[in-house]
Design a protein around this ligand. Sequence first.
Ligand code: COA
Length: 149
Amino acid sequence: MDRDPEFMAMLGGPRDDAQTAAYLARNLQHWTDYGFGLWILRESQQNRVAGRAVLRHLLLEGSDEVEVGYGFHPEFWGRGLATEIAAACVRFGLEELGLPSIVAIALPANLRSQRVMTKVGLVYERGVTHDGLAHVLFRSRSRAVAGRA
Ligand SMILES: CC(C)(COP(=O)(O)OP(=O)(O)OC[C@H]1O[C@@H](n2cnc3c(N)ncnc32)[C@H](O)[C@@H]1OP(=O)(O)O)[C@@H](O)C(=O)NCCC(=O)NCCS
């Protein structure tokens, strides 16, 4: 996934092996620190890796937030998979982990991802700067409705 320019187009561009190893090390440490984090998603029939999803702490303009993230190999796009896993992550975060809210960020041009956010009940809150780039920030509305929109 990290080597694929199409997958990484809205995520800062492809990573080399060292960058991917650092990404995985950071995300495994997150599991150790918080007991949740990055999931690798496999096709149920053939067990091929289809994509990934994440619930992860994110320091955003000085605030500690928990974000939901998702990405699939392009051959799996357009099947509703991102919506399915994002809804599950939001529900898990709010109902099982008891988080007060969950955010998602995307580059303004990543309209596919923003559509997924809206479909799982996240609502546009504001523009933010992350990693030196302008992003849009969406947030869950409340425990009662998120993930069921
Ligand atoms: C963003 C991404 C996860 C979406 O995955 P997906 O499985 O295709 O998403 P879904 O099928 O659940 O839903 C996509 C929605 O976006 C819509 N969509 C597709 N292209 C669009 C576009 N250019 N503009 C607006 N909406 C668009 C689809 O119609 C669908 O909405 P609908 O169900 O109302 O018709 C996928 O494109 C991806 O993996 N991208 C690379 C990684 C990435 O950018 N991750 C997000 C980082 S913020």
